[in-house]
Design a protein around this ligand. Structure first.
Ligand code: ADP
Length: 255
């Protein structure tokens, strides 16, 4: 049985009575699935994340979370396009930033978890390094480890690899796939890369240009574990072309 962890019920967002950024976004995120939201710049992808995080009020509709979660802030980890690390902190201390307000015993447990995540992300040799000593890809790994510190129910990722070069991007995509395949956390991943969305996701939500509406939801039925070699399969190409056609508006929009 699939459980819904997050339900968007006809969500509408209009900024200050002006820009209609998101219109009638109606979608359920299932427990443990990897969902990407793909769309052109300005279609309201970041707005959706701001609505989830409560940083902006809804103009219509609602966003509901599963009963297991008392509050969205307690259940989500967030990864941004820029890793936003504290330059005077080491890698370990940056991963431990969310731990600062926890009890002493919790902080001790967090330290163990942080070291484990740093290992999973291949940064053990850099645990005492500072951000300026790391490449962009390594900094983003620190951002991912920090988001996973408290084992969030949902990981929200806003174009996390958007600022990286192509090879680093591929490597981080593979690392994320590996971590995700280990513990199947629910991930909501915002991107404008079609191939990234196909490679990572169980489902891809394709958005229309502003106002952002759902043009189509595509199930990605590619076997896992997926590798960079998956990109060269005909099935991958079919999915990528299908998403491209929806984005170009040349395919009938499904309900
Ligand atoms: P995306 O992440 O898909 O590029 P955004 O969610 O950032 O899109 O923006 C969607 C639309 O809402 C854009 O037209 C943008 O200019 C507008 N917008 C975003 N934030 C604000 C804001 N705080 N006030 C007014 N308009 C905004």
């Amino acid at each position: 049985m699939t459980t819904t962890v997050m339900r968007f019920e006809h969500v509408v967002k209009q900024y200050g009575g002006g820009t209609l950024a998101v219109d009638d976004f109606d979608f359920s995120v299932r427990d443990g699935e990897f969902v990407s939201i793909v769309g052109p710049s300005g279609c309201g992808k970041s707005t959706l994340l701001k609505l989830i995080m409560g940083l902006e009020p809804l103009s219509g509709g609602s966003i509901e979370y599963s009963a297991a979660a008392r509050s969205i802030s307690a259940m989500t980890g967030m990864v941004f396009q820029q890793p936003l690390l504290l330059p005077w902190h080491t890698v370990l201390d940056n991963v431990l930033v969310p731990s600062a307000l926890q009890s002493r015993s919790r902080r001790k447990a967090d330290r163990g978890r942080a070291l484990q995540l740093i290992g999973m992300l291949g940064l053990t040799d850099f645990v005492d390094s500072h951000p300026y000593q790391l490449s962009g890809g390594m900094q983003q790994r620190v951002g991912i480890a920090r988001a996973l510190l408290h084992d969030p129910r949902i990981l929200l990722m806003d174009e996390p690899f958007g600022a990286l070069d192509a090879m680093t991007r591929d490597q981080l995509t593979m690392d994320l796939l590996k971590i995700w395949e280990q513990d199947r956390k629910t991930v909501l991943f915002i991107t404008h890369s079609i191939s990234e969305s196909v490679l990572l996701s169980d489902r891809v939500v394709v958005m229309t240009p502003r106002p952002g509406r759902i043009a189509d939801v595509i199930d990605i039925d590619l076997p896992r574990p997926r590798t960079l070699g998956t990109i060269n399969t005909p099935e991958f190409g079919d999915y990528a072309r299908r998403i491209r056609r929806v984005l170009d508006g040349t395919e009938a929009v499904s309900s």
